[in-house]
Design a protein around this ligand. Sequence first.
Ligand code: HEC
Length: 291
Amino acid sequence: MINLLTKAGLIMNKINVFKQSAKIVFAAILFLLAKVPINAAAGDALSSVMKITGILTLLIIIVVLWLVIVIPDKSVDLNQAWKKFKHLVISKSTLATPIENEQEILMDHDYDGIKELDNKVPPIFNLLFYGTIIMAIIYIFQYHLIGTGNIMQDEYQEEVQLADMQRNLLIRSGAFLTEQTVTQLTDNSAIAAGQDIFMKNCASCHGFKGEGLIGPNLTDQYWINGGGIKNIFRIVRDGVQQKGMISWQSQLAPKQIQEVSSFIMSLEGTNPSNGKAPEGEQYSEESKESI
Ligand code: HEC
C-alpha cells in the first residue's frame, strides 16, 4: 500500500513538473506571438516566423533538458521508455502486424520462395494521399475561385518592387554616387558631417580652415584639377597620386565623399588669414555648368 502511495506521489510529482513546463512553453509562445507585427511586410513576417521557429526549438530543447535534470527518477528506465515510445509510434503510424501474427496475413501465393504479406496501408501513406487532395482543394479555391494566391507574374512583380525599394534605398544612401550624379549638399547636418570628416582626414595637409599646407588652399576660386562639386568629388575619390593626394575611396563611402566635398564647397570665399597662395586656374560659374 505504502509502495503504491509513493508511486502515486511520484507520478503526481511528474505530472506537476510537466504541467509547469507546459505552462512556461505556452507563455513563451504567447509572448512570441504577441511580438509578431500584425501588418508586417511579407519578408518581415517570414523572418519573424523563422525566428520564432528557431526560438521555439531552442525552448523545447531547454525544457526537455530541464525535465531530464529535474526528474532523475532512477526507477524509470529511460531506455525502456524510449523503446516503448518508438514501438508505439511505429506501430500506430504503420499499422503493421506484429511479426508473431504475420501468419494471419500471409497470402497464399509464393514466387520462388518470396511470399507476400497483406499488410494494411500505413496511415502515413494515407495521410499523404488525403493531404494532396486537401491541398488540391485549397489550391483550386485560392488560385481559381477566389484568386488570392500569388501567380508567377504577381511573385515577379513583388520581387521587382522589392528590388526597386532596395535600389532606392541604396541610391538614397549614396552608394551609387559618381561624379556625374553627385550634387552639392547644403543642409547643416551634411556640412557638419563633411567638416567632421575633413578635420579627421584632410586638415593635416589642407589646414583646419582649408587654408592649405602641403595641399593647396581649398577656400579660393583657384583649382588645379577643376572646381565645382563634381571635380572635387572625383579628386577626393581618385586622388592625385603622383602629387601626394591619396585616393579616399577605400576609406570613405561615396556619401561621405559627397559630404566632405560639399563642406569644401562651403569654404569658398571664407578667406582664412594664413591662406596659401592660389594655385591652378580660376574656376568660374560658367565652366562649372559645363561639366
Ligand atoms: C597627405 C596630404 C593630403 C591629405 C591627407 C589630403 N590631401 Fe587633398 N591634396 C593634397 C595635395 C598635395 C593636393 C594637390 C594635388 C595636385 O597638385 O593635383 C591635394 C589636392 C586636393 C584637392 C584638389 C585641389 C585642387 O586645387 O584641385 C582636393 C579637393 C582635396 N585635395 C581634398 C582633400 C580631402 C577632402 C581630403 C581628406 C579626405 C584630403 N584632400 C586629404 C594632399 C593631401
